[in-house]
Ligand binder design. Structure first.
Ligand code: XIL
Length: 383
């Protein structure tokens, strides 16, 4: 017998089908929301290493409320992106300005965030008066005063200090900064010793870029060995991770993590960001004084990142985090240099006004494909 459907029956069937589809979709949404809500970067990596970000003044003053929300949700350690650098802390000789730095410390205490001080001694973002000092003795005393005043003010409140930032050239020799030129290499040992005297329990780090390159790596190892031989305490090495889609290679990163760890210090990946934009000069590292002319060719993704590049970025982050996970016994912290793509310094370095995409959160504070690949590495036992 031929079966016939009445319009009434058919309507009922369609209604039921729609309800089921709605129900399944709803379930799936709930499930993905649950995954998003239950796991964050800091939770996903809590058994491996600290997960951090650089924070800026807009976040500390609360203007960037969405940024603050992400910081609290996703990270357990912060580093001030600019406000604790010499030009802000001691703009005039002997005149310190603690206002913003104090607010950063308050923010970290209120939100239970491990605080990393950045930095005490660096040739960039230095107050102009420092370079004008002629006498060796005066510069020695000024450096001592700078390190001791700041380290003692925040004694007990800071987990670790980038005591010296970027003291090496790419060939591993000491950079000819105003400090080296006038004070000789002793300035390095002194800076570490003064910081330790001021705050005996704080961790002390040497931090630099291109730390994966063999010549610079050898220089960093020699530097840390010398510092230790001269009685300075060095607790860790910060490898700034201003990297690209192509380099450094995983092998170079891995060899460096192992080599630094063999010095008996903690290894930290500091300042992690992966540029997605062209780099025709094959520029490596992060010398902040570099500045090049822009063009349309240099700034190709002004509207959005194409899927092909987004996939590459996610894969690069996945590979890098798989490596970090493999060496979790050596790595104590991974810190991103900024919260979202709209805020990264790479929109203005080494060319002004570009649209870059180096972080895990997009300009709307939404998680990117790269975020999910980093989370995947933490969850998946095959990595
Ligand atoms: C950068 C900041 O992100 C920028 O806002 C600022 O204009 C220049 O400095 N290495 C470091 C960081 O140790 O302090 C630098 O931060 C990036 C390179």
């Amino acid at each position: 017998m031929k079966q016939s459907y009445s319009p009434h029956k058919l309507n009922k069937f369609i209604l039921l089908l729609c309800c089921s589809i709605l129900f399944i979709n709803c379930k799936q949404d709930q499930k993905s929301e649950k995954i998003e809500a239950a796991t964050t970067l800091k939770d996903a990596y809590k058994n491996h290493f600290l997960m951090g970000t650089a924070v800026n003044d807009g976040q500390i003053t609360g203007k960037d409320s969405l940024g603050v929300q992400l910081i609290k949700e996703q990270f357990n350690t912060i580093t001030p992106e600019n406000s604790m650098k010499w030009m802000f802390m001691e703009p005039q000789q002997g005149e310190f300005n603690f206002e913003m730095a104090d607010r950063y410390i308050d923010f970290s205490e209120k939100n239970n965030l491990v605080f990393i001080g950045h930095n005490l001694v660096w040739h960039s973002q230095l107050a102009p008066w420092v370079a004008e000092i002629d006498s060796k003795e005066e510069l020695h005393n000024s450096l001592k005063n700078h390190v001791q005043t700041i380290a003692s003010r925040y004694k007990g409140k800071i987990h670790g200090w980038d005591v010296v930032n970027e003291a090496l050239n790419e060939d591993g020799t000491l950079r000819n900064s105003v400090f080296l030129e006038k004070l000789g290499p002793e300035y390095l040992t002194n800076a570490f010793k003064w910081a330790q005297e001021a705050d005996p329990n704080v961790e002390l780090y040497y931090n630099d870029y291109n730390m994966t390159q063999p010549a610079k790596r050898a220089g960093a190892i020699k530097l840390v060995k010398n510092l230790k031989e001269q009685g300075a305490k060095v607790d860790g090495i910060g490898m700034q991770g201003h990297w690209s889609l192509e380099g450094p290679s995983l092998q170079e990163i891995e060899e460096s993590i192992i080599a630094y760890s063999e010095l008996g210090v903690k290894v930290m990946i500091t300042e992690l960001d992966i540029t997605a934009l062209p780099n025709p000069w094959d520029l490596e590292g992060a010398e902040v004084s570099q500045n090049f002319e822009g063009s349309e060719f240099m700034n190709p993704y002004t509207e959005q990142l194409p899927d092909s590049v987004s996939n590459k970025l996610a894969k690069r982050y996945q590979d890098i985090f798989a490596l970090f996970k493999k060496h979790q016994d050596k790595i104590s912290r991974v810190t991103f240099w900024g919260v979202n793509d709209g805020q990264t310094w790479l929109n203005n370095w080494p060319i002004d006004n570009r649209t870059n995409y180096p972080l895990l959160f997009d300009r709307q504070f939404k998680t990117k494909e790269a975020y999910h690949s980093v989370m995947q590495v933490a969850k998946d036992s095959t990595f």
